[in-house]
Write a protein that binds this ligand. Structure first.
Ligand code: CA
Length: 221
């Protein structure tokens, strides 16, 4: 789950990024409204955490521009004060949820998981295909009812595959799910993670389409 954090307060932004990473997210962080707009235009994130009071362009302006170009990415706004007006303005501008500062990082992570889940159209918290299931909240993965232990990157890969069964992901798309900006992408790392995923689950969990990419079959037995 890759998310964008937009927050100009250095301490808070750092805490949010660290807190989300600790909870298994890939979190990119920008500090002003113009950088936020550029980042959102790249469409690499599954959700965004957006502070409303930002330098260069306000959170509300960023949000309005996002919705004007019909980008449906879920947005959770952070409001500084518990004023009804701020929340109404945020929701009216196209926010999907909000939190009032100060807030709990665990709650922020849970709300982001819920937003990402809803935008993917799945009602329950676990993603299930055949006998394979992954719960983003508890970080549990089971195959035929047996728990399997995955590394953080293996979990992120499986999460991407299970979010869109049957979809073919290119190398660039999968690497985008695994690494935030500034994180170095090791050249063979993706192949190694895919190898481990097959070994820990079963060989057919991810199919290779030569020269195209990888997919998790819809009809996983
Ligand atoms: Ca601010």
């Amino acid at each position: 789950m890759r998310v964008l954090v937009v927050e100009d307060d250095a301490l808070l932004g750092d805490a949010i990024q660290a807190g989300l990473r600790q909870r298994g997210f890939v979190a990119d962080w920008v500090r002003d409204g113009v950088a936020a707009q550029h980042a959102l235009e790249s469409r690499t994130h599954e959700a965004a955490v957006l502070d409303l009071g930002l330098p260069r362009r306000s959170g509300l302006e960023v949000l309005a521009a996002l919705r004007a170009r019909r980008d449906p990415v879920p947005v959770l706004v952070l409001t500084a004060r518990d004023t009804v007006q701020d929340r109404i303005a945020g929701l009216d501008a196209g926010a999907d949820d909000y939190l009032v500062k100060p807030f709990d990082l665990g709650e922020l992570a849970a709300r982001l998981r819920a937003l990402i889940r809803r935008s993917a159209g799945s009602p329950g918290s676990a993603l299930v295909v055949g006998a394979l299931s992954l719960d983003p909240a508890t970080r549990e993965v089971t195959w035929r009812g047996e728990p399997r232990s995955l590394s953080r990157k293996e979990f992120a890969l499986l999460h991407a595959f299970l979010s869109s069964p049957g979809r073919v992901f290119s190398r660039a798309e999968l690497e985008e799910k695994l690494y935030g900006w500034g994180e170095e992408v090791e050249s063979n790392a993706l192949d190694v993670h895919l190898h481990h995923l097959r070994r820990k689950l079963f060989p057919g969990v991810v199919q290779t389409l030569r020269g195209v990419g990888w997919t998790l079959p819809k009809d996983l037995a």
